[in-house]
Design a protein around this ligand. Structure first.
Ligand code: FAD
Ligand code: NAD
Length: 480
């Protein structure tokens, strides 16, 4: 990478929290020449979440979908500071962020403050558990790379334990029951991947489990994938039936213990019946909840009082009740779904906003200086020269296009459902034409869409190689 410009005290300090879809999209498009940029995130990499379900079974190796943040910031014009830490408090009044290094290795300082002129909050969301007892203690989540690794390990652990000498039939059945809670795209994609793993690899390498391995998807609502069209919901439910994935809709989990879940099933006549379901592996995918650092900021700001989903922002993503604080992605509350598509478009928008703000500010400063010189000038020629310069600057100011508010352009929704099939609700030509497709062609489209989306060339090659390796040799069934 080329030499970078050093920090410039005359430029504003822009602090960006998070290294996910929103913050990294902003980082990639931001002209860092205009700012002293500081990035704070406990994760020193960008994670390509759409392929995370594939890591749970080893279809894709986890490092293939991680892009080191250092690669991204080292290519910026001005040096960017990165601190591997969690923001624990945003003090909107004092304009500082408290940060804490929660990683295993700590130096003598692991807690400090970072001041900001401008702040972008892109910390995402955490897993919703709705306070249901036992979820945090016993379930696996599917949000971070560590979650996918834990699931991969636990699937194999369940299988090896089920085949332990003298294991009872009932215990085998429990250990080989893989339960997924939440019929949103995360739960659906994971169940699909697990089905592939079983059909393509486990069946072959551990034939003893064939008659007992079972995947069940539990969903509280009457159907799965509520954001997809009716035809695709039906297509998904039918495909799952063919794949022997049992879909339990209208079934709400109420309690979790180490070996079973208590559910409440709504019967066709509206009555509710309680049931207990035994499991070996439990994956919890019931959507998003607000992070503590975000909730704390909301509590400092009266206009945020009634928000439940996250930080309420205006059309330019400025957090209501603040000046110079923006929010994007899953930690913000907008009319859009909390998706990577939305977060990345918001990141691109903020990059344009900051780039044009910097240009405007630079011209404003020049105009101020010229005005001062004009007031001090006594010579008529000098005054005329300064006047011409002021006019020129004024014209370039008016040429900087007024940025219109953020507008989301929905490209469609895609989800992998296993057995080489995907469902896609797509929007073409800005939503003028939309199509709902499901099947193997959609799956090929799904793969190529994702490969072309995986940010760096390096990651694209890694993902393609993983797919080829899986095709040629199958998935690895060793337990790490
Ligand atoms: P994130 O990408 O979650 O990033 C948040 C960042 O903030 C992380 O770097 C995190 O480490 C950091 N952070 C957390 N706490 C703090 C703190 N206190 N201080 C500083 N930094 C902090 N969306 C789609 O559109 N298409 C898909 O196919 C798709 N597939 C998905 C599959 C899975 C398994 C999951 C879980 C999600 C998927 N999504 C998909 C949703 C998508 O990943 C999110 O909407 C998106 O990641 C939101 O981006 P974000 O930048 O707001 O948050
Ligand atoms: P989600 O919010 O989309 O779905 C969660 C599901 O869990 C809901 O259907 C809800 O009814 C159910 N649920 C909640 N509590 C329950 C309980 N106690 N018992 C049983 N069911 C319960 O969550 P997600 O799938 O994690 O997705 C989060 C966000 O990420 C969404 O915006 C989604 O669109 C996005 N995402 C997109 C993709 C994709 O486009 N392929 C993939 C993954 C995630």
């Amino acid at each position: 990478p080329p030499e970078q410009l050093p920090a410039d005290p005359s430029k504003k300090t822009l602090v960006v929290l998070g290294s996910g879809w929103g913050s990294v999209s902003l980082l990639k498009k931001l002209d860092t020449e205009n700012y002293n940029l500081v990035v704070i995130s406990p994760r020193n990499f960008f994670l390509f979440t759409p392929l995370l379900p594939s890591c749970t079974t080893g279809t894709i190796e986890h490092r293939s979908i991680m892009e080191p943040l250092r690669h991204i910031i080292r290519h910026k014009k001005r040096a960017v500071k990165y601190y591997e830490a969690e923001a624990t408090k945003i003090d909107a009044e004092r304009r500082v962020v408290k940060i804490n290094d929660f990683s295993d290795v700590k130096g003598s300082v692991s807690e400090t403050e970072v001041p900001f002129d401008y702040l972008v909050v892109g910390v995402g969301a955490e897993n919703a558990t709705f306070g249901i007892p036992g979820v945090k203690e016993h379930a696996c989540f599917l949000k971070e790379i560590g979650d996918a690794q834990q699931i991969r390990k636990k699937v194999m652990d369940c299988i090896e334990t089920a085949t332990f000498k003298d294991q009872s039939e009932a215990e085998k059945e429990r250990l080989l029951h893989m339960v997924v809670v939440g019929g949103g795209p995360t739960g659906i994609e994971f169940a699909g991947e697990l089905h592939d793993f079983f059909e393509e690899d486990l069946r072959k390498w551990v034939p003893d489990i064939t008659d007992k391995f079972k995947v069940t998807l539990v969903e509280a609502l009457p159907n799965v994938l509520p954001m997809f069209s009716k035809a695709l919901i039906e297509y998904t439910e039918k495909t799952f039936k063919d794949e022997n994935i049992s879909v339990r809709t209208k079934t709400m989990v109420k309690k979790v213990t180490d070996k079973n879940i208590d559910v409440e099933v709504t019967q066709p006549d509206g009555t509710k019946v309680k049931e207990s379901i035994d499991y070996g592996l439990l994956v919890w995918a019931t959507g998003n909840a607000v992070r503590n650092v975000v909730r704390d900021l909301m509590n400092q700001l009266p206009p945020q009082k009634n928000s439940r989903r996250g930080l309420v922002v205006n059309d330019y993503l400025v957090v209501d009740g603040t000046e110079g604080i923006w929010a994007l992605g899953d930690c913000s509350a907008t009319k859009y779904a909390p998706t990577a598509q939305v977060a990345s478009q918001q990141g691109n928008f903020l990059a344009r906003l900051f780039n044009s703000m910097a240009k405007t500010q630079a011209i404003e400063e020049d105009l101020y200086n010229l005005d001062q010189q004009m007031q001090a000038a006594t010579n008529e020629d000098e005054k005329a020269r300064l006047n011409a310069e002021i006019n020129l600057k004024g014209r370039s100011m008016s040429k900087i296009k007024q940025l219109s508010p953020f507008e989301y352009s929905h490209q469609g929704s895609l989800a992998y459902i296993g057995a080489d099939r995907a469902v896609a609700d797509l929007n073409w030509f800005g939503g003028a034409i939309s199509s709902a497709t499901g099947g193997e062609l959609t799956y090929i489209f799904w793969r190529s869409a994702y490969v072309s989306m995986v940010f760096s060339l390096r990651n694209r090659i890694l993902v393609l190689t993983d797919w080829l390796k899986t095709k040629a040799f199958g998935r690895d069934v060793s337990r790490e």
